[in-house]
Design a protein around this ligand. Structure first.
Ligand SMILES: NC(=O)c1ccc[n+]([C@@H]2O[C@H](COP(=O)([O-])OP(=O)(O)OC[C@H]3O[C@@H](n4cnc5c(N)ncnc54)[C@H](OP(=O)(O)O)[C@@H]3O)[C@@H](O)[C@H]2O)c1
Ligand SMILES: *[C@@H]1O[C@H](CO)[C@@H](O)[C@H](O)[C@H]1NC(C)=O
Ligand SMILES: *[C@@H]1O[C@H](CO)[C@@H](O)[C@H](O)[C@H]1NC(C)=O
Length: 311
């Protein structure tokens, strides 16, 4: 019996050590105020996005939650207003699985909001079928929809420069590949599709940064860490149970998972890292396939065609 207790105590100590050294991750150190600034954050009704929105609201920003579900978003607006004491937290309808919805959001935004200082492309899915326009849902929401959104809001970001775009990617990019013959309906299952879409996010940030050179608009790709969110809510019960057990023990909570997004949104002096990939609040080197400028450029051009922006 004492042996068992000792074992359990050692196990707990090791777990706590691992938690604080490897899981929790560093906090964003900047205390910058965002009074007078406007932020748009997609998929901010839950998870990493919601905790990021809360932090930016606490800094005094006007925060627009761009979400697809009104009820869920209004609940988040209520929570964030209450916790931050900031009344300027608003919901605007955006469904990234529909190009028409993205255009409607952008038109309304450009008409009604004079500023845009920080755009955070956070929404993401890891399973599903097709978008309204017939694209692979994971690719369509995680990359294409955000690509169009960013292009439609760019003028306002340039006008408010220095301004920033944060693209939430994932270390899953490592296993991603871009197959131009089959971008629209990537086979290979949800994991492969997810990895591919996150590689597209990293390449998007890279090409966007080079297009934005000299504008004082900068952009960053972010890996938030492994975070215990609702991302896996629609998986089959067995997969979900497995992920819940692992996530509960070994993933960051959403406050900690938001830190690198917040860092890239507010930290002073990171502008020279525009286009780079951040994890644990610092720029990290990505694997060669994620810094291939030829692929990044081609992905940009193909994306322009797919969302009907090519002139
Ligand atoms: N959790 C992790 O371990 C992890 C690791 C690496 C990267 N990431 C990335 O972090 C980002 C945030 O994910 P999370 O973990 O916080 O997941 P989450 O809790 O599932 O939140 C995802 C958000 O995206 C929204 N969304 C999904 N489809 C949408 C659409 N068509 N239009 C508009 N919004 C849509 C969801 O809205 P609804 O509530 O209406 O569904 C939700 O607000 C994602 O880009 C994800 O890939 C997460
Ligand atoms: C960018 O910022 C620098 C330093 O604040 C400024 O001198 C320059 O004019 C700005 N450029 C543009 C295009 O806004
Ligand atoms: C997450 O954990 C940190 C400590 O690591 C704690 O301060 C914070 O309140 C937690 N956030 C949530 C949403 O549980």
């Amino acid at each position: 019996m004492p042996g068992l207790l000792l074992g359990a105590a050692i196990g707990l100590a090791v777990y706590i050590l691992i938690y604080f050294n490897f899981i929790k991750g560093p906090k964003c150190k900047s205390e910058r105020s965002l009074k007078g600034k406007t932020v748009v954050i997609t998929g901010a009704n839950t998870g990493i996005g919601k905790m990021t929105a809360l932090d930016l609201a606490q800094r005094g920003a006007r925060v627009i939650l761009a979400c697809r579900n009104k009820e869920r978003a209004e609940t988040a607006v209520y929570d964030i207003r209450k916790e931050s004491g900031n009344r300027e937290v608003l919901f605007m309808k955006l469904d990234l699985a529909s190009l028409a919805s993205i255009r409607a959001f952008a038109a309304l935004f450009m008409d009604s909001e004079p500023r845009l200082d920080i755009l955070i492309n956070n929404a993401g899915v890891c399973e599903g079928d097709k978008t309204v326009d017939g694209y692979n849902l994971i690719f369509g929401v995680n990359h294409l929809g955000h690509f169009l959104l960013t292009q439609l809001l760019l003028e306002r970001l340039k006008h408010c420069a220095p301004s920033r775009i944060v693209i939430v990617a994932s270390s899953a990019y490592c296993n991603g590949r871009i197959n131009f013959e089959n971008l629209n309906s990537l086979p290979g299952g949800w994991i492969q599709d997810y990895c591919n879409s996150k590689l597209a996010n990293v390449l998007h940030a890279r090409e966007l940064a080079s297009k934005l050179e000299g504008t004082n608009v900068t952009c960053y790709a972010v890996h938030p860490g492994f975070v215990n969110t609702e991302l896996f809510r629609n998986l089959s019960p067995w997969r979900k149970l497995l992920l819940y057990c692992i996530a509960g023990l070994f993933f960051r909570n959403c406050t900690d998972g938001a830190q690198t997004l917040i860092h890239c949104a507010v930290q002073e002096g990171i502008e020279l890292y525009s286009g780079r990939y951040f994890s644990d609040c610092r720029a990290q080197e990505v694997r060669p396939h994620a810094r291939d400028d030829g692929v990044a450029k081609k992905l940009w051009e193909v994306s322009e065609h797919l969302v009907d922006l090519a002139g």
